[in-house]
Design a protein around this ligand. Sequence first.
Ligand code: 13P
Length: 255
Amino acid sequence: MNLIIAANWKMHKTRAETADFCRALLGDLDYFEGVEVLICPPFTALSAAADHIGGSALKLGAQNMHWEQEGAFTGEIAGPMLMELGVEYVIIGHSERRHIMGEDNRQIRLKLEAALENGLKPILCVGETEAQREEGSTTGVIKDQLIAALEGLPPEKTGSLVVAYEPVWAIGTGKAARPEDADEACSLIRDVIGEILGSGPAEKVPIQYGGSVKEANIGSFVKLASIQGALVGGASLEADSFSALIRAARKAVQS
Ligand code: 13P
């Protein structure tokens, strides 16, 4: 399975900054070999990114979507609008949407189904807060999030699913999870997906780790058998640091 390394830019970068980043990253294509690399700019910069990455190995993702195909939902963006721009992936249920915007498991389920129906590859984010980890409910939280998102889906329709384990306390803090903790959580995630969808489909789901990933630590995550990539925030904002991180990941899995 190829690694999938995704840049989640969150609310960063204008169209002009996006174009600059794409030009810089695409200046050196060889490091994409064996790694699927995607950028997830804000909605307003998706078309600028699409214009600059067309025909290259770099893929495009969105950070969110609405579950309806169209309608009276002021400020929302629908699946067909993303497909029209050449978007291939969509992040669903990022912790900033869960905890800052108040998205709940029911909405995340609807978004996941809409992504699959539109032919978008969902990157479903799950993960516990610091308080939940401290009180010992990490396993229960991750299970609940996965069950709410996936239970009852026809396994044959989930072939494009990606899951990202992003412990909330590791996001933007510089305090990445210990590889052994990420390993335990990602192994649990695959087991739970297996219980829900069956072990065959579960084996095919790429599981990413996210939370303070950078060049110096990505190798310790992607060399684990339980992890097939990373969802990267801060370290994906500069083409230099992002390409260094991609190279480090490739080196770790090849060694
Ligand atoms: P950081 O890499 O900045 O911790 O962000 C992680 C993240 O939230 C990616 O979706």
